[in-house]
Design a protein around this ligand. Structure first.
Ligand code: A3P
Length: 348
């Protein structure tokens, strides 16, 4: 692999899709060197696989992941070199990743007059900000190296599995999390869209039980949230810890916090000209879901599954769990969440 080069700062990060297309010559052979190790890892006890498709989950250092994601993680841990200017969006799946990608990308690419023709009008947020594990497992890791600085990348890895180069450098991490009860519901609908219907997957109750046992992609969810929270308390200049429900309530406040954290705070002139509100509006659910690219486009994935861009936009609400869980199910999940967060200062 080529050594990492930090390219000079530019004002306008480019959608990753554009960089990918211009650099297809950098694609390498799929890495196989970790297959022997992966084959020794504990296998999931369930037969039904609503999320890992043709790949079973295995337990790697306390984290359940599909084999393909473990392979991506191992290659990434071995080869990824972080730059000081990098910004990583970390999240547990279905916790607000798409929205956060849009907010980060729009914030870094803002100008007073470009928002009407912004790349987000024609690119899904996942085409603007790469999902690192996938890039590493599809031989495209060298393309990550040619993204102009500041690079923005996304990972679903827990803090404990991040490459040392990320944890040890002075790059920044934006972490977004969400009430685990709504994460399950979001997962349930997302899986149905990808698999082509509820009859193709486990029941909601089975999915709930698996989730409760931590057995879902990147689970258990509590360790994921907790790992970033602990590090955020230790190094608040490195990690900003955002909650989906809070951003929903006060998007402008969090848009400003995010810009400040990323080192590009809004100027007084920008604030007076309503730029923060314009960014929030551009990235809002209402605006984004109606862009053609998000209605009709698709994303290629590492598992050769057709994921539509529309599947990332269901609602922009908190509390959908009330429509899917019994009171007992919700209480049971709240109890384990409180136990796991006990004494940390974290609250659902
Ligand atoms: P629901 O499925 O609960 O409706 P992720 O991006 O991590 O996969 O998270 C998906 C969740 O974020 C979905 O929630 C989706 O509807 C919601 N979402 C996507 N874009 C959003 C936006 N711009 N604003 C608010 N929520 C958004």
């Amino acid at each position: 692999m080529a050594s990492n080069v930090c390219v000079a700062n530019v004002d306008f990060p480019i959608p990753y899709k554009t960089i990918q297309e211009a650099n297809s010559h950098l694609i390498e052979k799929l890495p196989q060197e970790h297959d022997a190790l992966i084959a020794t890892l504990p296998l999931e006890p369930f037969l039904e696989r609503p999320f890992s498709f043709d790949q079973p989950y295995r337990l790697y250092k306390g984290v359940w992941m599909s084999e393909i994601n473990i392979r991506g993680t191992l290659v990434m841990q071995q080869h990824f070199k972080s730059c000081r200017t990098d910004i990583f969006l970390a999240s547990f799946p279905k916790s607000g990743t798409t929205w956060s990608k849009a907010m980060i990308f729009a914030t870094l690419t803002r100008t007073n007059n470009s928002l009407n023709q912004h790349s987000l009008n024609t690119h899904n947020p996942h085409q603007c900000v790469p999902y690192m594990e996938v890039e590493f497992v599809t031989g495209r890791s060298q393309i990550l190296e040619v993204i102009p600085s500041p690079r923005v990348m996304n990972t679903h890895l827990p803090y404990s599995l991040l490459p040392h180069s990320i944890t040890e450098s002075s790059c920044r991490i934006v972490y977004v999390w969400r009430d685990p009860k709504d994460v399950i519901v979001s997962m349930w609908y997302f899986a149905q869209k990808i698999l082509g219907g509820a009859d193709k997957m486990v029941t909601f109750d089975q999915l709930y039980e698996r989730f409760y046992q931590g057995l879902n992609s990147y689970g258990p969810v509590w360790n994921h949230i907790f790992g970033y929270w602990e590090e955020c308390k230790r190094r608040p200049e490195k990690i900003i810890f955002l909650k989906y429900e809070h951003i929903l309530q006060e998007p402008v406040k969090y848009a400003k916090q995010l810009a400040h954290f990323m080192g590009c705070p809004y100027s007084e002139t920008e604030e007076n000209h309503g730029v923060v509100e314009q960014i929030v509006e551009l990235c809002s659910f209402k605006t984004m879901k109606d862009f053609d690219v998000n209605k009709y486009g698709n994303l290629p994935t590492s598992e050769n599954i057709n994921v539509t861009n529309a599947s990332f936009f269901k609602k922009d609400e908190a509390g959908d769990w009330k429509n899917h869980m019994t009171r007992e199910m919700a209480e049971r999940l709240d109890t384990i969440t409180k136990e796991k967060f006990n004494g940390s200062g974290l609250q659902i």
